[in-house]
Design a protein around this ligand. Sequence first.
Ligand SMILES: NC(=O)C1=CN([C@@H]2O[C@H](COP(=O)(O)OP(=O)(O)OC[C@H]3O[C@@H](n4cnc5c(N)ncnc54)[C@H](O)[C@@H]3O)[C@@H](O)[C@H]2O)C=CC1
Ligand SMILES: O=C(O)C(=O)Cc1ccc(O)cc1
Length: 300
Amino acid sequence: MASVNRITVLAVGLIGGSLAKALREKNYANEIVGWGRNESTLQRAIELGVIDSYELDLAQAVQGSDIVVIATPTLIAVDMLQQLAELVPATTIITDVASVKGNLLRAAKQFFGEVPANLVLGHPIAGSEKSGVEAVNEKLFINHRVILTPSQETSIEAVSTITDMWEVTGADVVTMAVDDHDEVLAATSHLPHILAYALVDALAGQKEQQDIFRFAAGGFRDFTRIASSDPKMWHDIALANDKALLKMIDLFSAQMNELRDAIAKADSEAITGCFTRAKAARDHFSDILSKQHQSTITDE
Ligand SMILES: NC(=O)C1=CN([C@@H]2O[C@H](COP(=O)(O)OP(=O)(O)OC[C@H]3O[C@@H](n4cnc5c(N)ncnc54)[C@H](O)[C@@H]3O)[C@@H](O)[C@H]2O)C=CC1
Ligand SMILES: O=C(O)C(=O)Cc1ccc(O)cc1
């Protein structure tokens, strides 16, 4: 593993902070520097053992770093990339944690003139509905996937360094094409968040909302936990991945209309068909998850 002296994390929130703390606990680098706009948050990050030091000036923060990790909200990551194009030499690896990759790849081509070899776009598939430095959890990435989306232009050494970095946190690193990433995540993460927000907002707008929430059963709680996620974060994701997300919303709306018609017509066959297929698919998914869980227990 190539030795890493200095890592800079741009924005020390849930994901940037959890990565910094995980790496710090494994002594992965000599120095982990945080950058942010709010000095009290950065001081708090030092108190919590998340970073070694901080800088408020971006140029100072990235100077001499081997790896710069962009961990801001998704649309802000585009601005960060633009600023880094002026500040960072080709010897520094730039990576990120944003939930959408296509918009950043397009921005990179625009700001750097081509996809720079030292840019390794990445996305940890781990997190929670909580945000900010107080929610930092150094174990967050253990046994979770991290998707890297290198392009043809990306340096193999840079991909290998970022793979090593994530593996140190306990993550399982896979690579994927950018468009595939954005389509898969639109289906499995972005659509479910939109559905949870829409459901809770629709119900909260009803006059009887007090009663509705008072009598809500476990299913409502399971299905809507993610509606507590940060609205700003999900605003950025929805707009950054608009094309893939609109496709998924249309697919879902068509399915919803079919189910609505089936209920209106008391079409038992159609209703049971949908529920049975969905149950089989969900049970299969549960089996995969429990096998993954078993194999991680045996590995320990
Ligand atoms: N929360 C989650 O479960 C996951 C989030 N992500 C992605 O990771 C990135 C960071 O998300 P979290 O750490 O969850 O959010 P967070 O809200 O915990 O942290 C975001 C940080 O960015 C800072 N920030 C906000 N606006 C800024 C601006 N204009 N300039 C500079 N800094 C700014 C905030 O002060 C905060 O420190 C996002 O792109 C998100 O989509 C990826 C995987 C999981
Ligand atoms: O809290 C949950 O269940 C999540 O889905 C967390 C999450 C949020 C955003 C991502 O890009 C990846 C993971």
